[in-house]
Design a protein around this ligand. Structure first.
Ligand SMILES: [Zn+2]
Length: 295
């Protein structure tokens, strides 16, 4: 079975449109996890040479995480709890641009923005939610095939990461250890199945966490990366506010923008602000290029 076939079968079996509500999530989530495991098993048996990295074992990891973290009560909740990375530790003119792709509703791909980055040869890290990937498969494959862009995990259902159902901006977080695991790992498996590469970085939907969830992500081999520079404020900034936010860039800034809101002025603001920074001698790096400097 070749990679394309495996991926097609996985997507067919998972049958998610990316716009479904999350109410029956528990049941469908478990079905998906079993399927994901089966496909990984096929890969191990038939074509290990095609995978760049070790296949992920969904069920084994799930059991391990539940056993280790079930029953622990978190004591903090927010964007900057312990263990969350927010900056690059450097005095050099290096910054990281990160772009979130959140929901996969129609018209959620900012092509103008992505084309600008490609034309100007600007590397970036893109945090992609599973629901976006499933709605924009072709675009996702193009992005992941482009070495300018590093694929990072933005959660499968774009939820705040909580082990007890905390709220962020009125959005209910994952409700227990198993859901926290699923939110992280279903998307991790999906991205690995589609690209052959395993993401190194995670940012939750809303960028909120408790410290137990941060530890779970870390136990699964992921670093949680938020930001110290608000680029578009969830897509609410107009062009001039976006340019202003880029004007105050400092060495080591990690910017958060969105690439799923073409209706706004993000592309226009990023173009102007990023070209100004380029003129000032700033260099743009993917997170993996500055991995050892992340703090
Ligand atoms: Zn998001």
């Amino acid at each position: 079975m070749n990679l394309f076939l495996s991926v097609s079968i996985f997507l067919m079996l998972s049958g998610c449109t990316g716009t479904e509500s999350t109410s029956p999530a528990k049941e469908t989530g478990q079905n998906k996890s079993e399927e994901a495991q089966e496909i990984n098993y096929d890969k191990v048996q038939e074509e290990p040479e095609e995978l760049g990295q070790e296949p992920l074992n969904y069920e084994t990891e799930k059991e391990r995480i539940i056993e280790q973290y079930e029953g622990i009560t978190p004591t903090s909740w927010g964007e900057n709890v312990e263990g969350v990375i927010t900056e690059i530790d450097t005095n050099e003119k290096i910054i990281a641009l990160t772009f979130d792709a959140c929901d996969g509703t129609p018209d959620s791909f900012d092509e103008e923005l992505i084309n600008f980055l490609i034309e100007e040869d600007i590397p970036a890290t893109i945090f992609i939610a599973g629901q976006w990937i499933e709605a924009y498969e072709e675009e996702f494959m193009e992005l992941s095939d482009n070495p300018l862009f590093e694929m990072a995990n933005h959660g499968y259902d774009h939820k705040p990461l909580s082990v007890n159902g905390e709220l962020a901006y009125g959005i209910r977080g994952t409700q227990n250890v198993q859901e926290t695991f699923e939110e992280i790992f279903k998307n991790q498996v999906l991205i690995q199945e589609m690209t052959g590469e395993t993401p190194k970085y995670f940012r939750s939907g809303t960028a909120f966490y408790d410290e137990v969830s941060v530890e779970i992500a870390s136990e699964l081999g992921l670093k949680i990366v938020n930001y110290n520079a608000l680029g578009d404020a969830g897509g609410t900034f107009n062009k001039s506010k976006i340019v202003e936010s880029l004007e105050v860039a400092e060495p080591g800034s990690i910017y958060i923008f969105h690439m799923n809101q073409p209706q706004g002025e993000i592309a226009r603001g990023v173009k102007e602000g990023v070209l100004q920074l380029k003129d000032q001698g700033y260099e743009f790096m993917q997170l993996q290029e500055v991995d050892e400097l992340l703090k």
